[in-house]
Design a protein around this ligand. Structure first.
Ligand SMILES: [Zn+2]
Length: 209
């Protein structure tokens, strides 16, 4: 399909094709669009990518993406320190936030347990999660446990349920209440794509684990 295309175009298509869900046909269409676009769109796109890669990093507290550490969610004094919502990804955090039903803090795991894909506990941001849950007498000044309840909002699929079970076992000894969002979200579904009302209800009618 790309036979005869100039090498720079072939390279652009090749790079676009590495993006998830983008096949050769779509990559070619995007490349033509970028080449045809006016008003310096191509360089604006290139610099947006470069800036995002350079400035966006993980929040050292909640592991969400941010350009300032700690992130706005962790810094906001109006949010409830006693509630901690654990999600698989940043898109899920955004979905929960869109419901406007939740005013606590967040923690992003960056995945779910999946032995088939080689994702074990070490690949998830669990150390950071545990660090937020216990008392820390060595901190200056000494920090007392603020989180009273961990709301496990992993996806309602096999990996998400396995992760919820693992978290329950891991966190139970820390003496924190653990709850799971209700099954308003369809089994096998993805939090990210649940409608706001459904996800809002699922949060409000969570059950203790
Ligand atoms: Zn944060």
């Amino acid at each position: 399909m790309l036979a005869g295309a100039p090498p720079p175009l072939q390279r652009l298509v090749g790079e676009l094709q590495k993006l998830p869900g983008i096949g050769e046909k779509t990559a070619l269409r995007l490349a033509f669009h970028i080449l045809r676009a006016e008003n310096g769109y191509a360089s604006t796109l290139a610099s947006a990518i470069a800036e995002a890669v350079q400035r966006v990093r993980l929040c050292s507290v909640c592991c969400s993406l941010t350009d300032a550490d700690p992130c706005a969610f962790c810094k906001d004094p109006r949010r409830d320190d006693s509630l901690l919502c654990v999600v698989e990804g940043v898109a899920d955090l955004m979905a929960v936030e869109r419901t406007r039903e939740y005013r606590g803090r967040y923690h992003v795991l960056h995945g779910a347990l999946s032995p088939l894909e080689g994702i074990g506990p070490d690949q998830l941001r669990l150390k950071e999660l545990i660090a937020r849950l216990g008392d820390d007498a060595s901190a200056e000044p000494p920090r007392h446990k603020a989180v009273q309840e961990v709301i496990v909002a992993t996806n309602p699929d096999v990996e998400g349920e396995a992760t919820a079970l693992y978290l329950t076992r891991l966190l139970r000894p820390l003496g924190v209440r653990i709850s799971r969002i209700a099954q308003g979200v369809p089994m096998g579904g993805d939090l990210e794509f649940a409608d706001q009302a459904t996800l809002g209800r699922a949060l409000l009618s969570r059950r203790e684990l």
